[in-house]
Design a protein around this ligand. Structure first.
Ligand code: FES
Length: 118
């Protein structure tokens, strides 16, 4: 599936919190920071825990796993603190006419192997 999926009105999302949605068979967390939204995979890469209940740091643009406290960058999905070491997927999203649109098929799941120089 590709294209944009309308998941919610921006005003229905609590500012500074993540909200879980089912998207094309995957659970994602949509995090609102003012007029911006970030969408990441909702499952922590350390254990199968929902990140949507985690603390969001607006200045650092991170979400903290509620179980062991690993922080993930909302822009890149990178695991910034232990115990998680693997990134979480990120999804392109935008706000259009007050609606939150997620681009499906544009997931960055970080599974491509890194380029290796000879
Ligand atoms: S389950 Fe998320 S850091 Fe352990």
């Amino acid at each position: 599936m590709t294209g944009s999926v309308d998941v919610a009105a921006l005003d229905d999302l609590v500012d500074g919190e993540g909200t879980a949605f089912e998207l094309d068979g995957r659970r994602v967390s949509v995090v609102r920071l003012g007029d911006r939204v970030y969408v990441v995979g909702d499952t922590c890469s350390h254990e199968k825990v929902s990140l949507s209940g985690g603390i969001v740091d607006e200045d650092a643009c991170t979400i903290e796993c509620p179980k062991h406290g690993s922080e993930f960058d909302l822009r890149t999905g990178e695991a910034l603190t232990l115990p998680a070491i693997r990134p979480i997927p990120t999804y392109a999203a935008r706000v259009l006419d007050g609606r939150v649109l997620i681009d499906v098929g544009a997931e960055n799941d970080h599974t491509s192997p890194p380029e290796v120089s000879p």
